[in-house]
Design a protein around this ligand. Structure first.
Ligand code: UDP
Ligand code: MG
Length: 312
């Protein structure tokens, strides 16, 4: 029996990239995948694009039966788009790829071999260097990976891309995790399975522009920490304990001094600064707790992760 490979391709305003991507993957398929007795299926996800992405996908699917698409009712973000694609995919092997050709299709044959011949369940990719990235962004990215890996037992790999090929049982495991706040870099690692890592140099986008700003990346990293670690809550408790001890010691000191030397009224400015400082710490701690509560709030609503407008 022929095995089937599904390619999940999230697209958000990517009209320019779709034809390039399709041509490139077809080339690789004809040259190297076909002879491996692999059937191919494309699952494009239109993540609520406002350009001609959907019509580009429709005309592709009319020309080529292997092309399927899921069009979401609005922009739900890449995480939700990937999930929609995973649910729609029917292949024995499933790959997730960006449409901008930053995830080279030429790696696919190698990935298939690692699964079929070397017995891996998953082949994942990561960038070997951060060359070509603004230094500030690299610095914060590295810092993020250092911090999150200290805080959680789920390994979050520095420079890991979402580009990966997985076997069906792993895909089903990912689908069984129905959480609303999705952080794929964590989910892929959390479900386990035997993963081989391939490295490659970062490649420039083929067309269009990136959807990630520094601020979006920052919020995404906070989401990652909240989803995979409760260490900030523990930290907040430790800060509380430290301040209790310090205040007890200073109370003893002040009482003793007043008993021995009387109580001259002085030190008002220092008292105010201490009050401000403690007020600030308290607000910060409430903020941390609030972030977790907001996540619980969204999770308990059990909203669907995405909504389909149209599919084929
Ligand atoms: N993407 C998406 N929904 C979004 C943002 C991005 O489906 O809300 C898709 C996008 O079309 C692309 C992939 O996710 O195929 C990666 O996006 P991008 O290239 O902008 O990210 P970068 O490579 O710069 O990290
Ligand atoms: Mg990209």
């Amino acid at each position: 029996m022929q095995a089937k490979m599904s390619l999940i391709v999230p697209c958000y305003n990517e009209e320019a990239c779709i034809p390039l991507f399709y041509a490139e993957v077809n080339k690789v398929y004809e040259q190297e995948l076909k002879q491996r007795e692999l059937e191919l299926e494309y699952v494009f996800v239109d993540d609520g694009s406002s350009d001609q992405t959907l019509s580009a996908l429709k005309s592709l699917s009319e020309k080529d039966d292997r092309v399927h698409f899921v069009s979401l009712s609005r922009n739900f973000g890449k995480e939700a788009a990937m999930f929609a694609g995973l649910e729609a995919a029917t292949g024995d092997y499933v790959a997730i790829m960006d449409v901008d050709l930053q995830d080279p299709p030429s790696l696919l044959p190698q990935m298939v071999d690692a699964i079929q011949k070397e017995g891996y369940d998953c082949v994942a990719t990561k960038r070997s260097t951060r060359k070509g990235e603004p230094p500030v962004r690299s610095f914060f990215a590295r810092l993020f990976y250092r911090i999150i890996n200290k805080m959680t037992t789920t390994k979050i790999v520095d420079g890991a891309r979402d580009y990966r090929l997985m076997v069906r049982p792993m895909v089903d495991a990912i689908l069984s995790d129905q959480e609303y706040n999705r952080f794929s870099k964590g989910i892929f690692s959390w479900v386990g399975f035997n993963t081989k890592w391939l490295e490659y140099e970062n490649i420039e986008r083929s067309a269009g522009k990136t959807k990630w700003s520094f601020w979006k990346l920052f919020l995404y990293s906070v989401d990652g920490i909240l989803a995979y670690s409760t260490a900030p809550l523990a930290l907040v408790s430790v800060i509380g304990i430290i301040f209790c001890i310090v205040s007890f010691i200073s109370l003893c000191f002040v009482v003793t001094r007043a008993a021995l030397f009387g109580d001259p009224v002085a030190g008002w400015p220092s008292m105010i600064s201490i009050m401000f400082f403690l007020g600030g710490i308290q607000l910060l701690c409430f903020g941390v707790i609030g972030l977790y509560i907001s996540k619980i709030y969204l999770e308990t609503k059990k909203r669907p992760i995405y909504i389909v407008k149209e599919k084929k």
